[in-house]
Ligand binder design. Sequence first.
Ligand SMILES: Cc1ncc(COP(=O)(O)O)c(C=O)c1O
Length: 421
Amino acid sequence: MESIDNALHIGRVPVRAIARAYGTPTYVYDEQRIRANYARVVAAFRAHYPDFRLYYAIKANDNLAIAAIVTGEGAGIDAASVNEILLAKELGLDGERVIFSGNYLSDEDIVLGLESGVTFNLDDPSLLPRVLRFGKPDLISFRVNPGYGRSNVGDFVTNAGPNAKFGVHPDQVLDAYRAARDAGIRRFGVHMMPGSCVTDAAYFPFVTGLLMDIVGKVGVTLGIGFEFVDIGGGLGIPYRPDEMPLDLERAAQAAVEVFRAKIAQYRLAPPRLVLEPGRAIVGDAGWIVGTVHSIKRGYATIVGTDVSFNVLVRPALYGAYHGIRVDGKENGPRARFGLCGQLCENTDYWVRDRELPADIAEGDIIVVENAGAYGYAMSFRYNGRLRPAEVLVNGATHELIRAREGFEDMTRGVRIPARLR
Ligand SMILES: Cc1ncc(COP(=O)(O)O)c(C=O)c1O
């Protein structure tokens, strides 16, 4: 997003035009930015390890138009549930172009996963006999919890280590693969997802080393090879103005160096290197365009907007920070304000103290930054406040890619038993 003649633009479209055409709040994505993000991640890893593949973590943003951009560039899909597998199918992807990394799966999840032929990435050894009860996949991967996790967002989203609900304990990994081998499975992969929003490049080689030591020992002990090693997502983006971006090229180079060194140390046949990022592809390519409805000057001065936590839950859920810009008022004097949405919950007072334009006023258009990942995908309906619209910008064009919810969505599927009428 840039300010041109004091008007905020996404691509070459003024945010005011978006507000006029679609109303607010509206999520807006920049197609060219998504393509550039994808290209940069792939280039960073392929420069050092050509047998590299990216699976887009569709949970970050599951709008099919957004996923179609990424899969059109060549990405596979990382699916967390059967419905995410079905989204991938809508885009023509199945089989080994989809990794199914659900956790605590039901029998129904397992059966539907098997029917779809996707790669199973099992979160626990107890899942293997349950999968085998219904069928025998060609290839099995286990999600390893290497005992260490990290996140810029906080402990809430640390996906590995002793406090995480995810993954196989390192002491159980060998037996898990042995059981799979003994059951006649001949093709293997391995996976981890220890970090979320990490901007320290040194983290990536560190966790790659942890996983590769486990992979090496399993490979040597059982005499099995690994077709792929999936080092997860977790590539961070800066949310706060003082945060440094991840040095992606350095992270990729260092991770590959460790990867190659461990392949040599354990004399492994070189596996494919897989990454499954979400945030790094779409996070900084999405914004929310909102409106200031009123400004309360009471205990504090609070800017009331239509960007409530049902639209963007990350601040209320994790205390996450999102930058806020005000259209047409970027260059004047600044003052300190709170900012909130319209819900009947005080966690909707999601900015307590922020420098904003001193002359911010009713009717102003605000833009919330870095909302492309875990934004709309985590939105919901509450207080009769509905999910927003989604719009895709490509250069100077803009198109609706998901309609705003309407009242009919509040009553869809609801039945009032006759006795209550
Ligand atoms: C299994 C798995 N893979 C990939 C991702 C994507 O992570 P990120 O958006 O941080 O890259 C997640 C996010 O929680 C995940 O749980």
